[in-house]
Design a protein around this ligand. Structure first.
Ligand code: NAP
Ligand code: G3H
Length: 504
């Protein structure tokens, strides 16, 4: 049951002023609430969120019940009607305000992010600032999502007396589900395009990452998003996930997370459109004509930043035998320079999100060692802090050749030539991105054209940004395309009104 959070024991409805004050109190007492119909609410059940850095308590979030979810969905459905009729220019204006507020609070929010997901402070700040730019760009792109008028007489058998007016209209209620590794950016990259398209949004943030995401939502609320247009549901997906994704009133599911969960949602959700951004095993293919210094630098930064907990992290290196020794020695030099430790000190390799992640990464390391891979560096762990680990001579019978560790470990697989590199790259169940390092433009395009992935980077690590580029995965890496314009298109539809003119 949803109740209003109150200061004393009387239940009362709060004014906006009190709500603002309340949010501050909540922050002070580390007791966070959900946004429901423009108010910060909770119920009796809470979940404690601890920092992966030192296990200190960051705060509590409500554990929403199925009944709470029903209320929220009803409210989102009702609120969408007016929002869908609100002029796009007005929606865009509110998003611009949200972007400015986010910029103003960037440092404060980055601190929360850093503590909650152990992302180094520089990357945390850059996630918040990037998100402000994302929201701004989305607001402007939304204003240019024009419809079109289509004549009929170019289709055989039709004359000029028919015309379709095709306009973009919202889908209704968008359910946004974000992962722990970018709780601010990958929440906003669903919320902002959905809102500018006229949808209402229900955000289900990752449990570890909820507090950061609620700060983002607070910014949208203060910017003037009307009551009910943006609501949140916190709670463990293991308890409420299946329930929310199967609600009939949800008109679009925008999910980023693991392949396992994405597949599960796609199976149970039924006939609802969805975008799935899932796991990856991005390969860096290094050919003999590459600039090996540049390749080594890019690969190491791509593989180990945020301890490899990025869907686009480089997760395997396929290098031709003729340059493998040289590349590996340059990579090793770079790996040794990585800073390891506390996120506040700006270290690149920081504690993993939880113990079970550490256990999984260690299993992959142990399997590689048992099967004869050459351990060049690392394989050292202190609590959840795993040191960067580099393997050479990884072979195709090892789990590390195929599975996504989501941790700071990188396998080098030696191949005889470009063709074998392509073959192994494409054998993966994943198809998010790949990199190819070569100074031969013909080789670069040959490889890029053959790879079964959403995007190929030539002479660069794999990465999603800039955020208006199309970003998508094939095979087990997902379906649908995100990227500002593409996200707006995905969360709206073309509705046609056909004008039929009688000849006089
Ligand atoms: P995850 O375990 O799949 O969780 C992602 C989100 O889904 C969380 O909010 C989680 O909530 C929720 N969830 C889990 N089960 C659900 C269910 N049955 N119904 C509805 N929601 C459910 O992934 P993660 O560990 O946070 O993120 C790491 C994975 O995400 C990696 O595989 C990575 O490659 C992938 N990823 C992909 C992209 C991309 O763009 N391709 C970007 C980032 C991450 P709880 O937290 O409450 O469990
Ligand atoms: O973790 C998945 C993100 O979509 C990756 O984004 O390439 O900017 O780190 P990024």
């Amino acid at each position: 049951m949803i109740i209003y959070l109150y200061f004393d024991n009387t239940k009362k409805k709060l004014s906006n002023k009190e709500v603002n004050f309340l949010f501050k109190c909540i922050k002070k007492e580390n007791q966070y609430c959900n946004l429901y119909n423009g108010e910060w609410v909770t119920n009796e059940n809470t979940i404690s969120i601890y920092s992966p850095i030192d296990n200190s308590l960051i705060g509590t979030i409500p554990s929403m019940t199925k009944q709470d979810i029903d209320n929220i969905i009803r409210n989102s459905k009702a609120a969408q009607i007016l929002w869908g009729e609100t002029p796009v220019s007005k929606r865009a204006e509110i998003l611009h305000k949200a972007a400015s507020l986010l910029d103003e609070r960037a440092e404060e929010i980055a601190e929360v992010l850093m503590r909650e997901i152990a992302k180094d402070i520089k990357s945390s700040l850059s996630e918040v600032k990037r998100t402000a730019e994302f929201i701004r760009f989305t607001a402007d792109a939304g204003k240019h999502m024009d419809g079109e008028a289509i004549g009929a007489d170019n289709f055989p058998g039709f004359k000029k007396n028919k015309m379709s007016f095709a306009q973009r209209v919202p889908l209704g209620v968008v359910l946004a589900i974000s992962p722990f590794n970018y709780p601010i950016n990958l929440s906003a990259s669903k919320i902002a395009p959905a809102l500018v398209a006229g949808n209402s949004v229900i955000l289900k943030p990752p449990t570890q990452g909820s507090i950061s995401a609620l700060h983002l939502v607070k910014v949208f609320q203060e910017a003037g998003i009307p009551s009910g247009v943006l609501n949140t549901i916190t709670g463990k997906a293991s308890e409420i996930g299946d329930y929310v994704v199967t609600k009939d009133e949800i008109n679009f599911i925008n999910f980023t997370g693991s392949t396992e969960v994405g597949r599960h949602i796609a199976k149970i959700a039924g006939m609802v459109p969805m975008m799935l951004e899932l796991g990856g095993k991005d390969a860096a293919i290094v050919l003999k004509d590459a600039d090996l210094n540049e390749a080594a630098r890019e690969i190491v930064s791509g593989a180990y930043s945020y301890s490899g907990q990025r869907c686009t992290a480089i997760k395997r290196v396929l290098v031709t035998e003729d340059v493998a020794d040289e590349l590996v020695s340059k990579m090793l030099e770079q790996v040794k320079k990585l800073s390891v430790g506390h996120p506040i000190d700006g270290c690149e390799v920081t504690p993993l999100i939880n113990d079970s992640s550490v256990k999984f990464v260690q299993e992959l390391i142990d399997d590689a060692i048992a099967k004869g891979a050459t351990l060049l560096y690392g394989n050292k762990t202190e609590k959840t802090l795993m040191y960067p680990t580099l393997f050479d001579n990884v072979t195709l019978d090892m789990r590390l050749a195929w599975e996504e560790p989501f941790g700071p470990v990188l396998p080098v697989i030696r191949v005889k030539d470009m063709e074998q590199a392509i073959e192994i790259a494409n054998k993966s169940q994943y198809g998010l991105q790949s990199s190819v390092f070569t100074n031969n433009i013909n080789h670069a395009f040959y490889v890029a054209n053959k790879l079964e992935v959403g995007a190929v980077q030539i002479n660069n690590k794999s990465e999603r940004g800039p955020d208006h580029f199309p970003f998508s995965g094939v095979k087990s890496s997902g379906m649908g395309t995100q990227g500002i314009r593409y996200s707006i298109e995905a969360m709206s539809r073309l509705k046609s009104i056909v004008l039929n003119i009688d000849e006089p």
